[in-house]
Design a protein around this ligand. Sequence first.
Ligand code: NAP
Length: 487
Amino acid sequence: MKYDVIIIGAGMSGTLAGIKLKAQGKSFLIIEKAARMGGTWRDNTYPGLTCDVQSHAYTYSFEPNPEWTRTFPSGPEIHSYFENVFKKYKLAENTRFNTEIANAKWQKDHWLLQDQHGQQYAGTVVIAATGVLHHPHRPDIPGLADFKGSLQHTAAWDHSVPLDGKKIAIIGNGSTGVQMVSALSTRAHVRHFQRTPQWIFPVENMVFTEEQREEFRKNRDLLIYLHDEPTYVAAVERFTNAVLDPDSPEIMEIQKICQDNLHNSVADPVLRSKLTPSYRAGCKRLIYSPDYYRAIQHPNSQLITEGIERVEATGIRTSDGQLHELDIIALATGFKADRFVRPMQVIGLHDKTLDQAWENGPTAYKAISMPDFPNFYFMNGPSSPVGNFSLIDTAEMQWGYINQLIERLETANIAGLSARHQALDTYDQERKEAARNSVFGSGCTSWYLDKNGIPNTWPWSQSRFREEMRAPVWQDYAEHHLQTVAA
Ligand code: NAP
């Protein structure tokens, strides 16, 4: 059987594409390597996991959720929201779980995919909804293998390991490490290993009362309003505008809020100085936290800024010669953000592989399409917008665009569509220039940067992205016909 569309990945984006294709009566298959849906919310279950985007904004626009318990709900609550939506739209009947695609090859008018067991699947269009942050980065610290306690990456947390009263090292202070410190400081002896300080933006995590939830249940219009609540929408727009210019008044305002938060929360000048970054707020992904500063000042906690020299059987030895004895080491060290659909091998026109096309780093025209890879489209792919806002909104805009590319195959009677080389080159050139000048490129390291140190993100405003996703510029696409291959 040849499907109209094959979606790789049953996370937030793949589920969205599945819902939309089902509504259109298209034949489609979702292929998921794990046994459950959920992507990042399935894989990440570390203590303290939450989402720093407001819950009512972090929903599909067409599936508001009256049951959210807080402004920033826990990871399990978010995962169960996605599972409920998946169930509601009966997507399990369209999904093959425990199936990992090893390779995909373009065949003149469709893709042939092969899984780890050699089984093949044919589809006219492939949507790579494989997420960005799903290959854990395990740092190359000498002696890691010698540790006799429990060593874990936050993206594969083993809940059978007891935490209460234990001595636990948390290496890394991105969103993950900070959330873990907040969750564990009252339960365990936390040693937070910080290589680079982070700016922390204060937020309040409010509880929705039963009365409020009852009101949400009765009033769908209110939920729709909260999804696009004007102050949230304005804040996102302000933030996305602010990152374009590291000297903008908006970024200075964010910086001031973070500085005040640090000054008002941490009295000890030595600790405060250790927690003070030397780069602009917003350069690394801004950390939103209601309680990190309180947690790191808890008597159980210790901030360790000396470099890690090596790991030994019983703990971590720092550059000052001290051995920090430990029961558990948690690697909150992030992800390999340049993998995207890889390690899957993707072979397009002229037997070109995606690895070859990405020799200089992952890219895609408007974050959607690669020249010579007809009908192969990304959701949350290379150069997609990232920042402190809902990736669901981004995926919904991308779906609207990809849907038009799919429809075009039928209306124009063509076998395939892919961005033209010239279109990608122009996009990339303008994008890199703008990205270099954004706050993300203003002098820090982060997972946003490509191997040349250029932010691999959408460097313009949210409203520009919305506008550009409204309709494809057809001149920027090459049409592929069965007999002839367009230039
Ligand atoms: P991350 O932001 O990439 O942070 C990794 C941390 O590990 C950094 O502090 C880094 O230090 C440190 N590190 C890496 N290698 C190290 C080494 N060899 N020695 C010492 N420290 C090392 O990863 P993350 O915290 O997992 O977050 C990744 C992204 O996931 C976030 O930016 C966000 O987009 C998403 N996320 C979102 C939420 C949410 O609430 N929405 C929650 C968690 C994650 P340096 O800074 O010095 O490199």
